[in-house]
Design a protein around this ligand. Structure first.
Ligand code: KIV
Ligand code: NA
Length: 276
């Protein structure tokens, strides 16, 4: 199958739902590809899910690149989107283009994602002009956690909803191929989806978006530190993992593992000579 491109995703609006998954390494990318996921986002949520931080602020370009490269090797036909980490694009247009370019050039991603609306439209325009497809992200933008005062539902007032719509529209006009809507009331997401010409990809944004995104570890039930209302677990692999690991530990302690079938033999003459 040919690799999904950013224009393919843009063209899916109104035609079919877009399935996006945040995943962070080679093996999870292969599983996502096998499941037919359209887009794999190497989210900066890896700061929390993979690296154990309390928020996404401290993850670096080098850490993100390390994971983007691994995902790109396993993604097959899925589009790989690299999440630009905090302070890799906010300070200047030049910085944004330089760092986004690294994700395509060194990371082999097919696109990047940035958080923010009108405030970062100049960065988006410059990245797009440089040939870098950009996915937008508005609503709850975790890189603004300090300013927002926590991970909270956004756009709950008419005024805030109108601001969000203006931000999403600005991203479309700046050239984003799609936009993530995170943690906003379903009616607001539905209106944005109706009005903006690019696909909306929801997480905690109700059923009317053009696509959805969840985190690999949340879908599979592997991450229980934070469980937001918008997560649906489609599996309980965390429990299965603990059961399997307990079985392994017990088998080692009882000398039930390894067995003969896991062990290597040598030619009888060689063994006799060795043991003599
Ligand atoms: O980092 C991430 O996983 C994300 C998605 C939840 C959209 O930004
Ligand atoms: Na993110």
């Amino acid at each position: 199958m040919p690799r999904t491109t950013a224009p393919d995703v843009a063209a899916a609006k109104g035609v079919r739902k877009i399935v996006m998954l945040a995943a962070y390494d080679f093996t999870s990318a292969r599983l996502a590809e096998a499941a037919g996921v359209d887009v794999i986002l190497v989210g900066d949520s890896l700061a929390m899910v993979v690296l154990g931080h309390d928020d996404t602020l401290s993850v670096t370009m080098e850490e993100m690149l390390h994971h983007v490269r691994a995902v790109a090797r396993g993604a097959g036909s899925a589009l790989v989107v690299a999440d630009m980490p905090f302070m890799s694009y906010q300070a200047s247009v030049e910085m944004a283009v330089t760092n986004a370019g690294r994700f395509l050039k060194e990371g082999r991603a097919g696109a990047v994602k940035v958080e923010g609306g009108r405030a970062i439209a100049p960065q988006v325009r410059a990245m797009v002009a440089a040939g870098i497809p950009v996915l937008g992200h508005v609503g709850l933008t975790p890189q603004h956690v300090a300013a927002l005062g926590g991970f909270k539902v956004q756009s709950k007032t008419a005024q805030a909803a109108a601001e969000l719509l203006a931000d999403a529209m600005a991203l479309a006009e700046a050239g984003c191929f799609a936009v993530v809507l995170e943690c906003i009331p379903a009616p607001v997401a539905a209106a944005v989806t109706r009005v903006v010409p690019i696909p909306t990809i929801g997480i905690g944004a109700g059923p009317d978006c053009d696509g959805q995104v969840l985190v690999f570890h949340d879908v599979l039930g592997l991450y229980d530190r934070i469980r937001p209302r918008f997560v649906k677990q489609f599996g309980e692999l965390g429990e299965q993992a603990v059961a399997a690991l307990t079985g392994y530990a017990e088998a080692v302690r009882n000398s039930d593992f390894p067995g003969e079938e896991h062990s290597f033999s040598m030619a009888p003459e060689a063994q006799t000579a060795f043991e003599a």
